[in-house]
Design a protein around this ligand. Structure first.
Ligand SMILES: NC(=O)C1=CN([C@@H]2O[C@H](COP(=O)(O)OP(=O)(O)OC[C@H]3O[C@@H](n4cnc5c(N)ncnc54)[C@H](O)[C@@H]3O)[C@@H](O)[C@H]2O)C=CC1
Ligand SMILES: O=C(O)CCC(=O)C(=O)O
Length: 382
């Protein structure tokens, strides 16, 4: 017995070390549906936690935990940067989205979300779709980004993709003195919900694309659109995307793709994409900076989806969503300018801005309670 107690106290210690900086981490286990999920709530200084739920065939529980911890922390910064009264949270479901999904699994997940009683709101992310969350929404009200006919604000990847386009325009203005995106070449990694919309828009305006995806159907679909529009698309392998001769690299798949190995290969002038946690580690922002590659902080570029789902919780308003999404353009430009002025990386410039907002608000309410709904601070600005 003694030995068992010692072991368990050792384990608790390790877990608490690992989740240090997070308020709450919930392990969700439902053997009958096969659901194994982790929900992480990083910081509710600004309001209840908000963040999508990812489904991915993680190689280990530790990988899943690492991912959800980092993603939820990113959401705290994303909310602060977008001036949204929500905090950082995220969910991950361990499983293959192609083979392990079922309506029952998402209903079981919905029950776990409901058990948090409003401390965590969630919806789609990589590997999950609106249909999945229509199932989850049968069990809880704390779901967003579902179709309008089910009471949601619709597909959040639409404003996310719009935000990426605004980020690209700001980058183009900063680098080339002209925000026009046509005629340039873009390397896109991932043609899913966000990447496909970005690619389609760029083709429509006459840009050249170099694309990669592990999903053959997505590649065929973009080829077809290019053929219809007489656009220029080159398909490359997963590794070749890093050596693509392009103006801007647009990562729209998984995180950690900007690392020692890949940055070395990059031939682009800037990186502007939707993928969360693009930098493998924070110091990779310096590696990019030293190489003269402009990095648009991911959590600012990809905040369009968050802007929409946060708005939805107060009654969806498309004009307000578009207005706030457009602000990504100005935010990105300001971050580039601040980084140049202070001779710091763009990531540091963005982080400083977020830390200031968090500090300013910390005294107000440092632990969200459901009885105290956050107040919408953004009134009649449309
Ligand atoms: N959907 C949204 O509104 C938001 C998405 N994001 C982030 O943007 C990224 C993309 O999200 P979604 O488009 O929603 O996901 P998705 O699951 O719809 O699309 C991801 C695409 O990447 C492809 N992919 C996966 N591994 C790959 C690899 N090794 N090489 C090339 N392609 C690969 C997949 O086949 C898929 O087509 C994720 O990192 C997500 O967290 C961030 C903010 C909001
Ligand atoms: O886009 C969403 O649906 C929610 C926000 C989110 O999870 C994200 O920005 O990563």
């Amino acid at each position: 017995m003694k030995q068992q107690l010692d072991q368990s106290s050792q384990m608790s210690f390790d877990i608490f070390q690992k989740i240090n900086g997070h308020e709450q981490v919930v392990f969700c286990n439902d053997p009958s549906t096969g659901l194994q999920a982790i929900i992480a709530i990083h910081d509710t200084t600004l309001g209840p936690a908000l963040g999508g739920t990812r489904m991915y065939p993680y190689a280990s529980v530790e990988d899943a935990l690492n991912d959800v911890l980092r993603l939820s922390e990113g959401m705290t910064y994303k909310c602060a940067a977008a001036d949204i009264d929500f905090g950082g949270g995220k969910g991950v479901i361990i499983g293959d989205p192609k083979t392990d999904k079922s309506p029952a699994l998402f209903r079981a997940y919905g029950q776990f979300v409901d058990s948090l009683n409003g401390r965590f709101f969630t919806g789609t992310d990589m590997g999950t779709t609106m249909d999945d969350f229509v199932q989850a929404a049968k069990e809880t009200n704390f779901i967003n980004g579902i179709p309008e006919e089910f009471g949601g604000g619709g597909d959040s990847s639409v404003p996310t993709a719009q935000g990426v386009i605004y980020g690209l325009r700001a980058t183009s203005l900063y680098l080339y003195g002209d925000e026009d995106l046509s005629g340039k070449t873009y390397a896109i990694q991932g043609l899913g919900k966000v990447g496909f919309k970005v690619a389609t828009h760029l083709l429509e305006i006459g840009a050249n694309l170099i694309v990669t995806d592990i999903n053959e159907e997505a590649l065929k679909a973009i080829e077809q659109i290019a053929a219809e529009q007489k656009g220029n698309v080159t398909i490359v392998g997963s590794d070749e995307i890093y050596t693509a001769e392009a103006d801007i690299f647009i990562p729209c798949a998984m995180g950690g793709i900007l690392n020692d190995e890949t940055i070395e290969k990059l031939k682009v002038r800037a990186v502007v994409g939707s993928a969360n946690n693009q930098l493998k580690e924070e110091h990779h922002a310096n590696v990019l900076h030293d190489k003269g590659i402009l990095y648009a902080p991911d959590y600012i570029v990809n905040s369009g989806g968050l802007i929409q789902v946060a708005d939805e919780l107060y009654g969806a308003n498309k004009a307000r969503v578009l207005m706030k999404t457009k602000a990504i353009y100005q935010s990105i430009l300001e971050i580039y300018q601040q980084s140049e002025l202070d001779a710091i990386t763009t990531l540091e410039a963005a982080n400083r801005k977020c830390q200031e907002r968090l500090e300013e608000q910390r005294g107000r309410n440092n632990f969200y309670r459901r009885q105290k709904s956050p107040k919408w601070t953004f009134i009649n600005e449309v």
